[in-house]
Design a protein around this ligand. Structure first.
Ligand SMILES: [Zn+2]
Ligand SMILES: [Zn+2]
Ligand SMILES: [Zn+2]
Length: 382
């Protein structure tokens, strides 16, 4: 397979912004993976470097070629100085993180009037430009732009739709793009490098011995949720409570399943695949952790990418979903993220198995389908 990517537009566009353009690196194509992460960090121009049709919003969040992305207008016009001083104030452009009505409108019209950049930078700052009001001089810089509220409402991110005006403003003000990317990481095969890099750390040479001894002593049981992982020992981690990887005293160590570990403070960067989360919930279910229904537990134990939907179900007082259910399809086992078994309604993150469930008479929704067609979805459950 040969890939031709015309980057001349990108090079022309970034040159006036004073950016350093490195050579485009294309890794092994046999792996089917192109490293465009670096380019996405500085922004690529929509309609030139990347086409709108190549940005997928079918799962609600926007992604391009396996990378989660945002879209925004870098040109702040004569508002540039104000945007640089405080990019969150009214008048500055917003950053789209989901398939909101702005993006849908662009798709429907097949065009957009402004220049949009596609980026996946997570520190909250975005390259912007504009022209100074009096001198008309072009100004470049980086502004701390706020996230688009329609995008958050669409995903019901952190129960956004049900918050009052003040709490919405608070959520937008304290919004972390890094945290947002981590919440929906189950949809992606690749996390932005800056988050992955945090995982490298300084373990002591005897760490493998200490870790495996403790896990075996605890009979591979998570000290937080109590799940036993004898069947999947790799999913039991040892966590350093104070963050110091050299402090291996017993009081600083805690055995945690991958899911509980990921949910520790400052651990969002710890990537746990949807498959592993499903496996842990299967074990929890088998071990009767879900026998007593409690919505707060569902919110806690479901994949974070489904949190917005679960909160919407809770607010709407829907009967609660089940976690960890597995369907046997002639010896092949299909694990379901969330379901209402008596109604045969399922929600999946990875939709590739949806046809198997449908064959067995299930209604299958993605979280985005369920949220955007909520009346239809809830009618199936009530
Ligand atoms: Zn938006
Ligand atoms: Zn656990
Ligand atoms: Zn840890």
């Amino acid at each position: 397979m040969k890939l031709n990517i015309d980057l001349s537009a990108l090079h022309r566009a970034v040159a006036p912004l004073g950016k350093i353009v490195t050579d485009f690196s294309i890794k092994s194509l046999s792996g089917g993976w192109i490293d465009i992460g670096e380019h996405l960090k500085s922004g690529m121009i929509l309609g030139k470097d990347i086409q709108l049709d190549d940005i997928d919003g079918s799962e609600g969040i926007l992604h391009y070629n396996g990378h989660q992305v945002m879209l925004y207008i870098p040109d702040q016009g004569t508002f540039i100085n104000q945007a640089l001083a405080d990019g969150k104030q009214k008048g500055a452009k917003r950053v789209h993180v989901a398939e909101c009505k702005t993006i849908i409108g662009m798709r429907e019209r097949g065009r957009f009037n402004d220049r949009y950049d596609v980026i996946n930078r997570m520190d909250g700052f975005f390259p912007v430009f504009g022209s100074e009001y009096h001198s008309h001089e072009t100004i470049n810089g980086e502004a701390e732009l706020a996230v688009c509220q329609n995008c958050l409402a669409l995903l019901n991110h952190k129960n956004f739709s049900n918050l009052d005006w003040g709490d919405k403003a608070k959520l937008v003000d304290g919004f972390s793009y890094a945290n947002f990317f981590e919440t929906y990481s189950s949809y992606f095969k690749s996390l932005p490098k800056s988050t992955v890099a945090l995982q490298s750390s300084s373990y002591t040479p005897d760490w493998p011995v200490i870790s495996s001894k403790l896990r075996s002593e605890l009979n591979y049981t998570c000290e937080q949720c109590g799940v036993n992982l004898t069947k999947k020992t790799k999913l039991l981690h040892i966590h350093h409570i104070n963050g110091n990887k050299a402090d291996n005293s017993r009081k600083n160590l805690r055995a945690l399943c991958a899911d509980c570990h990921k949910k520790q403070p400052h651990h969002g960067h710890l990537y746990v695949s949807n498959e592993d989360t499903l496996k842990i919930n299967e074990c929890r279910r088998e071990q009767h952790k879900f026998d007593v229904f409690n919505y707060n537990n569902i919110v806690k134990y479901t994949d974070s990418a489904l949190e917005g939907l679960v909160l919407k179900c809770q607010t709407s007082a829907l009967p609660g979903p089940e976690l960890g259910i597995v369907i046997n399809d002639g010896g092949e086992f299909i694990s379901i993220d969330l379901c209402w078994p008596r109604r045969k309604v399922a929600v999946l993150i990875n939709m590739t198995t949806s046809h198997v469930l449908r064959k067995h008479g299930w209604s299958v929704f993605s979280a985005f389908d369920a949220l955007s067609n909520f009346p239809e979805f809830q009618a199936k459950i009530r």
